[in-house]
Design a binder for this molecule. Structure first.
Ligand SMILES: NC(=O)C1=CN([C@@H]2O[C@H](COP(=O)(O)OP(=O)(O)OC[C@H]3O[C@@H](n4cnc5c(N)ncnc54)[C@H](OP(=O)(O)O)[C@@H]3O)[C@@H](O)[C@H]2O)C=CC1
Ligand SMILES: Cc1cn([C@H]2C[C@H](O)[C@@H](COP(=O)(O)OP(=O)(O)O[C@H]3O[C@@H](C)C(=O)[C@@H](O)[C@H]3O)O2)c(=O)[nH]c1=O
Length: 288
């Protein structure tokens, strides 16, 4: 039996992990959120590791309010960087694996072909910058640190774009959504399955180093507008959804115009097929 610490377990990804946990009868999940384990406290992190035997950490805790981070840099930095440092040190000391989650917002979006794990990063937002620092520290401060970058996460859990669109389509007759930001939505339940498969692979191949960055999203490419349009079609909504350019939807944080991932590395390693984004979206919408 492997003891897996899940931080931020009541967040979107944490709940998605709970929903697939039964697939891994040999994993004993230790779910914590801020109340049980505040990862911004180095003392709390160290005390937790002293008190509980841990074989791996899935760090699902993060500061994810992209626009708010522009004026709340201190807390975003604490959670997305400093806390990762504490987790990396503690898990390395106790010989536990570490999986840190990161984002497509580490890229500036000026690319025009799917980003690989070795492509240059250049975040355009505070959120992206703090997540990039978190990636670096997970890799540098843990000899086997793993980072999974994902994009446009949605699910039946927590707050996300798909749920927001459903609410707005019920409230409004017209909705404007940007069509000049292109990426790939990711169903958090698919990501949770892939992260646990990666962990399983690691436990089964203890002598092989898996350290480094991996890209994971669903398959396909779309814009936020097209994402909204597919949601509208699935719901059978009559809301008039209009495409707009980003300058017509000003936000405090600048988002990448293009953030599609190349996912070959994780697909080759695990031998997995990743679901197409609209297939997973239909599964999720049937649960909302
Ligand atoms: N959401 C998205 O679209 C994307 C997310 N990601 C990454 O995926 C990961 C998971 O994101 P997601 O599940 O959506 O995020 P959520 O915001 O849904 O969940 C984050 C969780 O962290 C908890 N938390 C906050 N502060 C602390 C603390 N000090 N100690 C412990 N826990 C804390 C939150 O609790 P509380 O609610 O009480 O604050 C919440 O439960 C993150 O690393 C994120 O950067 C990457 C790409 C896209
Ligand atoms: C709600 C809404 C948003 N938009 C735009 C704003 C933005 O450019 C885009 C996405 O909207 P949101 O602000 O909901 O999504 P955002 O918070 O930017 O989502 C990001 O979250 C972080 C945590 C990540 O790591 C990213 O991968 C990504 O998922 O859609 C519209 O055009 N119309 C709307 O009605």
């Amino acid at each position: 039996m492997k003891n897996i610490l899940v931080t931020g377990a009541n967040g979107q990804l944490g709940q998605a992990i709970k929903s697939v946990a039964a697939r891994h009868a040999d994993f004993n999940f230790l779910y914590t959120d801020r109340e049980e384990l505040d990862i911004t406290s180095e003392d709390a992190v160290n005390a937790w590791f002293e008190a509980n035997p841990v074989d791996a950490v899935l760090n699902c805790a993060a500061y994810t309010a992209v626009d708010k981070a522009e004026t709340d840099e201190e807390l975003a930095f604490k959670l997305n960087f400093e806390a990762v440092l504490y987790l990396a040190h503690a898990s390395a000391k106790h010989n536990a694996a570490l999986i840190q989650f990161s984002t497509d917002y580490v890229f500036d979006g000026r690319g025009n072909r799917p980003y690989t794990e070795t492509d240059d990063t250049n975040p355009t937002s505070i959120y992206g910058a703090t997540k990039l620092r978190g990636e670096a520290v997970a890799i540098a401060e843990h000899p086997e640190g793993i980072v999974i970058r994902t994009s446009w996460l949605y699910s039946e859990f927590g707050q996300n774009f798909a749920k927001r669109m459903k609410e707005l389509m019920a409230e409004r007759q017209e909705l404007n959504v940007v069509f000049d930001q292109v990426g790939t939505p990711t169903y958090a339940v698919d990501l949770a399955g892939a992260a646990l498969a990666l962990l399983q692979h690691k436990f089964q191949n203890p002598d092989v180093s898996l350290a480094g960055v991996y890209h994971y999203s669903n398959e396909g490419v779309t814009s936020w507008y097209d994402f909204a349009m597919v949601i509208k079609q699935i719901l059978g909504s009559t809301c008039n959804v209009q495409p707009i350019t980003s300058d017509k939807y000003p936000t405090p944080a600048q988002r990448p115009a293009y953030s599609v991932f190349n996912k070959q590395k994780i697909k080759d390693l695990l031998g997995i097929q990743i679901p197409y984004w609209t297939d997973s979206l239909k599964v999720c919408m049937s649960k909302l």
